[in-house]
Ligand binder design. Structure first.
Ligand code: CA
Length: 239
């Protein structure tokens, strides 16, 4: 099922690894429009140190550096961090890309690239990493005494297993995969029902009510699926 994630999350810290001074400056300038703290490195040794110490949210990695190249760079970065790595590549051979993906790169940008594409790729990776982080940490969780297990599709409240319909599972999964960010009824409609037409606000509200009756310790006072007035709903996962 295609999940469309909601509003973009901007990164707190980005690491740009590029040995060409002009290009490094241009990348840092562009990324500075969405991030307060853009770190730069011009060698793999520097990149390593920054990745390990500064904990960037995403790394933009040039392949041709003075002290390393290609898949070796990605492999070595993967030893110190699992953050998204977008490779900046002058090449566009499919074989190179496959090898880099195998080594652990998350995406590619072929040089030269425009500012809009760079920002869109960065935001795309951040949304994916937020979602997979939330999915990893909340796929099996216990909130206010309610056990929720997305993997084996099990909800246990007060020792009793609850039966959720496929739509209720899809709704719950969509909320959890947003990583605690609010989701509008229209976004939930698109994610869960994937239909163009219909009275989505009533539809979503009715299913949220049904879901709350099954998973909330007290459905009258929801503590797991929270209503954000004027916005929508959010999953209140363990902090
Ligand atoms: Ca280079």
């Amino acid at each position: 099922m295609p999940f469309q994630l909601g509003d973009s999350v901007d990164p707190e810290r980005i690491l740009v690894v590029e040995d060409d001074d002009a290009l490094r400056g241009a990348l840092a300038h562009t990324l500075g429009t969405i991030c307060q703290d853009v770190r730069t490195a011009s060698t793999l040794a520097e990149a390593f140190r920054e990745a390990a110490q500064a904990h960037p949210d995403i790394i933009i990695l040039d392949l041709g550096l003075p002290d390393g190249d290609g898949t070796d760079l990605v492999n070595r970065l993967r030893m110190v961090t699992d953050v998204p790595v977008i490779v900046l590549s002058g090449r566009d051979s499919e074989d190179d890309k496959v090898a880099l993906l195998d080594a652990g790169a998350d995406d590619f940008i072929t040089k030269p690239c425009g500012a809009a594409e760079l920002l869109a790729r960065v935001r795309g990776q951040l949304r994916r990493s937020a979602a997979s982080h939330a999915a990893r940490s909340w796929a099996r969780t216990n909130i206010n005494g309610v056990e929720i297990d997305l993997v084996s599709q099990r909800v246990v409240r007060n020792g009793e297993q609850q039966r959720l319909t496929p739509t209720e599972w899809a709704l719950l999964r969509a909320l959890i995969l947003q990583g605690g960010r609010p989701v509008s009824p229209k976004q939930l409609w698109d994610m869960v029902w994937a239909r163009e037409f219909g009275d989505y606000s009533t539809h979503v509200r009715v299913h949220i009510t049904h879901l709350r009756r099954k998973i909330e310790p007290n459905p009258q006072v929801p503590s797991i699926i929270i209503t954000e007035p004027g916005v929508g709903y959010r999953f209140n996962g363990p902090q």
